[in-house]
Design a protein around this ligand. Sequence first.
Ligand SMILES: NC(=O)c1ccc[n+]([C@@H]2O[C@H](COP(=O)([O-])OP(=O)(O)OC[C@H]3O[C@@H](n4cnc5c(N)ncnc54)[C@H](O)[C@@H]3O)[C@@H](O)[C@H]2O)c1
Length: 330
Amino acid sequence: MKNLYVISGATGMTGSELVHQFLKTGDTVLGFDNFFASSIDTVEDVVGNPAFVFHEWDLDNSEHMASLKKEVLSLKEQHGKIVYINCAAVVHTEHFYEVEHTYTTNVVSMRAFLQQAVEVGAATFINCSTSEVYSMQSWNDHGGVKEDDFLVLATAEHSQRTSYAVGKLMTEFFMKDAVDKGLIKGCSIRFANVYSKHERFAKHIIPHIINQFIQGGGNVTLLENSKTNKRTFLHNIDSCNAVIELINSPDALDGTVYNVATDEEISIVDLTRTIAKKMGIEKPEIVFEGYRASDPERRLLNTDKLRSRTHWKPQVSLSQGLDLCIASIK
Ligand SMILES: NC(=O)c1ccc[n+]([C@@H]2O[C@H](COP(=O)([O-])OP(=O)(O)OC[C@H]3O[C@@H](n4cnc5c(N)ncnc54)[C@H](O)[C@@H]3O)[C@@H](O)[C@H]2O)c1
């Protein structure tokens, strides 16, 4: 019997890739998005597929969520397993500082979505948390931070940024609580720096660099933080695969948390030079301007837990992923 996947944030980077993968396996997908940070473009090739139901709905809107519940219940009998995946979030860096909005969508509405999953009798709930929870201690010199490391958080004394991380951290408690009470199976996922070829309008670093090179010849403006910052980048094919691997690994759905990241660390300056080279720009000119508080210099995640409990490993190298991004934007 086919499964029913209910996906919030279904046109976002991870959500849209999940939509495509589940349709390939012949399952039904019920997805929605309010287009806060994406558009229908990411799934337009499957709009019209009878196995894909899409609504422009808002996770924060109780009427929309009541309609969703009704629709899930009407589809329940024809499906084996119901899986809820919460990809919707106020996520982009510039919004990390918007305390009210992140709290409403990322915490209050996540909790309501989880409750709905329990009420409709869903088997599984996947909660997208974030590697931002590692805050100021997000790397070490012995293989990266682990899920059970104690946290060192920047606070409101430093900047509002951590409100995003703390909200997501709270969702990990809701997830664990629901599993411990036997209400549902599931887990939380801490992604690190997801990117995709669809991320064109976002202000994340990769589309930002590509767009600036397109608009300004060989010039790009980066934050002062970029003089020292290094990051790993996770292609959305790999963030999606992690979700699927976890869903298909029942023992892993114990309510706990999984890091999902690559080991390919690169400085932002080298990332800029790499993109320039790929775009045929010989001598990129980098201007440093502005500063972002509470932005850790590095974020290195240990992924042993995910790799030991599932078959997940990254499929898309940074070089391949950048090629895909450049090809789609040019
Ligand atoms: N992108 C990253 O680097 C990153 C890192 C760590 C964790 N995450 C988490 O992973 C999950 C998936 O994010 P993504 O990488 O696909 O980012 P994304 O921004 O591409 O996807 C999030 C989607 O949620 C939608 N959305 C936002 N508010 C909504 C609302 N109220 N109702 C309905 N839809 C809404 C947006 O329009 C967007 O399409 C999120 O929970 C995010 O917090 C992302």
